[in-house]
Write a protein that binds this ligand. Sequence first.
Ligand code: GTP
Ligand code: SPV
Ligand code: MN
Length: 610
Amino acid sequence: MGHAPVQDSVEQAMTTHPGLAAWVAEIAELTGPEEIHWVDGSEQEYAALTHEMVEAGTLTRLNPELFPNSFAAFSDPKDVARVEGRTFICSEKKHDAGFTNNWMDPAEMKAILKDRFAGSMRGRTMYVIPFVMGALDAEDPKFGVEITDSAYVVASMRIMARIGTDVLRQIELTNAFFVPALHSVGAPLEPGDKDVAWPCSDEKWIVHFPEERSIFSYGSGYGGNALLGKKCFALRIASVMARDEGWLAEHMLILKLTSPENKSYHVAAAFPSACGKTNLALLDPTIPGWKAETLGDDINWMRFGKEGELRAVNPEAGLFGVAPGTGWSTNPNAMAAISKGNSIFTNVALTDDGGVWWEGMTDEVPAHLTDWRGNSWTPASGHPAAHPNSRFCTPIDQVDMLSKDYFSPEGVEINAILFGGRRKTTIPLVTQARDWSHGIFMGSTLSSETTAAASGAVGVVRRDPMAMLPFIGYDAGDYLKHWLDLSANGNQARLPKIFLVNWFRRTSTGGFAWPGFGENSRVLKWAIERIEGTADAVETPIGYVPTLASLDLSGLEVAASDVEEALRVVPAEWEEELKGIEEWYARFGDSLPAEMAGQLAELKARFAAY
Ligand code: GTP
Ligand code: SPV
Ligand code: MN
């Protein structure tokens, strides 16, 4: 298993890559672990690590008849989500981090980090995880190495990314650059100390140095804070690489749709955290003859192909999906993937027969559970049994509807981009942008009610450009410029068409105006028919909205009046919305691209004439 005492590892490095050997030695020296383990990524290693974690109480092995080779983890109740307030972009110049990021002078930050990481791995094993985001045989593979003192992170990274010896050998063979990503739960063990099931620190630091492309994460063991290939690398650092290299790293799902005429399309969709990406990515269409296949549910790297077409790949290898609301009626494809096992669940509830449960998994609520905090639970307990941000972590190749193109490093051509958020009012079910520039305006002014995916208040409307607010690794105005500039690289005729969607609008009586989930296939069908020029729309000040007749509602058991409410453009609501957009744009200062200010002025003018 490659366990080695510290001294040996430093002297006889486990790698021939000089930069990596030196970095591992430096971090071992700084953090003082008891031993070093080079992660090989094998099944035997995974079995040994999960076994150790079961013994230590970090994992609970689930009933193998229900969930084979699967485990449940329960975090410290203070470590349940990304911590945006503790997340920093430490560019050399403050301006380069932009107003959407926390910033600190890199030298000052390095001093703090050095202090926190000093001795932080005492009494623990330091794991070295070589990983690649995207395909190992990609033209320009994006490597990283995560050093962590959390076995839970190792096991989760094995599901979420390609890790281990194959990756290490490729890094060595090509003497490749890798993103150094250092993680510690920040809970050293002194001799005689008894470990806890979920060690973490009250003080958390999630820090990115975009110029040197490095990541430091301290104090949290949770998801996007700790699995550093995910949000920290594949979005924050990759967005900076993408800006410099002329591509896009986005918080988007990738979905393939095939029409009854057997024509295929690819849709990318950016929705903020816990706003429906995994669900749409695993769509089960309710309209006859349409087939959906998935390529990705959270992160999308897009580059222009040789003919100026925008091509997408999913750099991840697993799903880290929101558990609550995922059920056999809403998301059968996710349920089927999870049921195959090989999954790690975090902060879900346990059933008495050794399975897992969360709100929305089944229509019938079990009479008795153990809730995510380990307490006996019944429906009368008065609080959810699973944490609202509880997650399942499952290999993506267990998804039956996975497109074979997922494995292609060239990716797929994107025909439509959806931007969407969670809004009770104002935003119609679907609106087609007038053109590319207007579509980028829609993305840049995207708004959503906050969710449990990040710590802080839930349900507050905030602007979330391209669903990237917490993930843009540089100045937000420069990010919009980058999107605008990209159109020059593309074949104008082949640029994706852009749509704004909202599955979450409420009717005047408070219910969802649109049933959502599989029924969202009807909205996708309309979007594709718009691309083909065959569906009707009403031109409104905000863009093209479906006529009731142009949406395929056959077999849908929803009142037409509800769908009408979902589609409405209400000028009084937009008066408020325009104020919100103005305030939002004011925050960009000089950094706002003139083209976007122009789009806002045109939108106002269209409303004035409406
Ligand atoms: P992250 O993994 O945090 O990025 O989230 P995500 O964007 O993948 O969100 P996900 O698909 O996991 O959905 C989050 C929550 O929204 C779940 O509780 C879903 O049940 C719910 N949801 C998803 N799609 C719909 C929909 O079409 N309508 C309604 N009403 N709820 C939905
Ligand atoms: C999100 O919050 O957007 C997630 C979950 O996908 S996490 O991995 O915690 O970032
Ligand atoms: Mn996400």
